[in-house]
Write a protein that binds this ligand. Structure first.
Ligand code: FAD
Length: 366
C-alpha cells in the first residue's frame, strides 16, 4: 500500500484538527487523519452550540474573546443572550461569577426577581436573582466545522477517513503513522484526537498528560408553554442545569453532568435524562410534553482544565492540540491561530498577539 507523505499529520478531524488544518494548509503539506467515516461524529457534532465568554474561566476567556471577530466576520454567531440564575444556595456562586466577569471585562447586569420573572416567565420563586450575559451567542457549529474543512481542502490538505491510527513509530525524518487506511509519513504529528488524546500520546511515547473525558447529556424537549425562540440560554449558577431554545418551539436541556468515562462512542444514560427533567421541573412551572431525543458527548479536560497546545517536552515533533473541554467550538479560531504560530515557529498573528501560548503548553505538567 502507498505511504501518504506530509509535513504535518493531524490525528482527529473534529473542530480542533479541522481548524488547525485550515490555518496551516497554505504553508505546509497536511494530512488530516480521522478514524470515523464522518468528521465531527464525536464531541464536535454533539455540542450545545453556544459562545459564552464567561464559560471556562479567566484563562479560557481570552481565547473565546479573540475568536469572536473571526466567527462574526464569517457569519457563524447568532444572537442568543444568557441569564445565569441563582436560588439561595447559588447566590455566592453568582456573586463569584459577577466578580470574575467584571475582572475579565465581560458585559453583565444584575436582575432582581421582577426582572427575572419578566425574562423567564414561569420561573419558580426560589430563583430570586439573575445575571445577564448579553454577548452570549449561538454558534453554527456544522457551518463552522464545514468551513474549516473546506478551507483545509482548498489549500491542499488530504483528509483520510475510516483511518483509525493504530500505531505511531519514530523514523529518521519524523514519524510513520499506521492507520486502517494505510500508512502516513510526516515530520510532525499533531494530537487533535479529543477524548483519545492520551492514547495517541502513549502510542508516540510522548508525555503522559492525562486528558480525561467526561460524559455530558442533552435532551431535546417540547414543553407547555413552548420555550419562545428569542429566549436566552438559562444557566444555573451552581451548574445543575442549563437550557436554551431550539427551532420549532423545542428546547435543549442539560443536567450539566460530568461523569468520568473511558473514550468511546458515548450514549446518554436514562438516569441523566430523568435527572435533567426533574431538575427542570423544579426551575420553571412549564410542563414537559415530550422528550424527542437525547444524546451525550465527551468533554475532555487536562487536570487543570486548561487546553493543551504545544510541542511535547519528551517526544520531539509531537504537538498537542487537545483538552478543549466544554469550550472547543467557541475558542476554535483563536486556538488554531495560536497553535499554528507555535507549530510553524511564526510570530503570533494580531488576534492572539496578546495571549501567552506558554500558559497552555504541555510542558507545564513536567
Ligand atoms: C454536550 C456537550 C456540549 C458542549 N457544548 C459546547 C458549547 O456550547 N460550546 C463550545 O465551545 N463547546 C462545547 N462543547 C465542547 C466541544 O464540543 C469540544 O470541546 C470540541 O468538540 C472538541 O473538539 P475536538 O476536535 O477536540 O474533539 P472531537 O470532535 O471529538 O474530535 C476528535 C476526533 O479524533 C478522532 N480520533 C480519535 N482517536 C483517533 C485515532 N486513533 N485515529 C484517528 N482519529 C482519531 C475521533 O474520531 C474524533 O473525530 C460541548 C461538548 C459536549 C459533549
Amino acid at each position: 500500500m502507498d505511504v501518504t507523505q506530509a509535513d504535518i499529520a493531524i490525528v482527529g478531524a473534529g473542530i480542533a484538527g479541522a481548524s488547525l488544518a485550515a490555518m496551516i494548509g497554505d504553508r505546509a503539506q497536511v494530512v488530516l487523519i480521522e478514524a470515523e467515516s464522518q468528521p465531527g461524529y464525536h464531541s464536535t457534532g454533539r455540542s450545545a452550540a453556544f459562545w459564552s465568554e464567561s464559560y471556562g474561566g479567566p484563562l479560557v476567556q481570552p481565547l473565546t474573546a479573540a475568536s469572536r471577530p473571526w466567527l462574526e466576520a464569517n457569519g457563524f454567531l447568532h444572537p442568543r443572550g444568557c441569564i445565569h440564575v441563582a436560588d439561595a444556595q447559588g447566590r455566592a456562586a453568582l456573586d463569584d461569577l459577577a466578580t470574575e466577569m467584571a475582572e475579565c471585562g465581560v458585559e453583565h447586569a444584575w436582575l432582581d426577581r421582577a426582572a427575572l420573572e419578566a425574562a423567564i416567565p414561569g420561573l419558580r420563586p426560589e430563583f430570586t436573582v439573575g445575571l445577564t450575559e448579553p454577548t452570549c451567542r449561538d454558534i453554527d457549529v456544522g457551518g463552522l466545522h464545514g468551513d474549516f474543512l473546506s478551507r483545509a481542502r482548498r489549500s491542499g490538505t488530504i483528509l483520510l477517513t475510516d483511518a483509525e491510527v493504530t500505531d505511531i513509530a519514530r523514523t529518521e525524518s519524523g514519524w510513520r503513522i499506521a492507520t486502517r487506511a494505510g500508512d502516513v509519513s510526516s515530520r510532525v504529528v499533531v494530537n487533535a484526537a479529543g477524548a483519545w488524546a492520551s492514547r495517541i500520546a502513549a502510542m508516540a511515547g510522548a508525555s503522559a498528560v492525562d486528558i480525561q473525558p467526561y460524559r455530558r447529556t442533552i435532551a431535546q424537549l417540547t414543553t407547555d408553554p413552548a420555550m419562545a425562540p428569542a429566549m436566552p440560554l438559562v444557566m444555573d449558577a451552581l451548574g445543575r442545569f442549563y437550557f436554551k431554545p431550539e427551532a420549532g418551539g423545542r428546547l435543549w436541556l442539560s443536567p450539566h453532568d460530568e461523569t468520568p468515562v473511558e473514550p468511546h462512542d458515548v450514549a446518554p444514560e436514562e438516569l441523566d435524562v430523568a435527572i435533567a427533567i426533574d431538575r427542570f421541573e423544579h426551575v420553571v412551572d412549564w410542563r414537559v410534553i415530550r422528550r424527542e431525543r437525547a444524546w451525550a458527548g465527551l468533554r475532555s479536560f487536562a487536570p487543570d482544565r486548561l487546553p493543551v497546545y504545544g510541542f511535547d517536552g519528551q517526544a520531539p515533533g509531537f504537538f498537542w492540540f487537545a483538552g478543549q473541554g466544554g469550550f472547543g467550538i467557541q475558542t476554535a479560531p483563536a486556538a488554531a491561530m495560536l497553535a499554528a504560530a507555535v507549530l510553524l515557529g511564526e510570530a503570533l498573528p494580531e488576534p492572539v498577539a496578546a495571549i501567552d501560548p506558554e500558559r497552555y503548553s504541555p510542558r507545564r505538567f513536567g
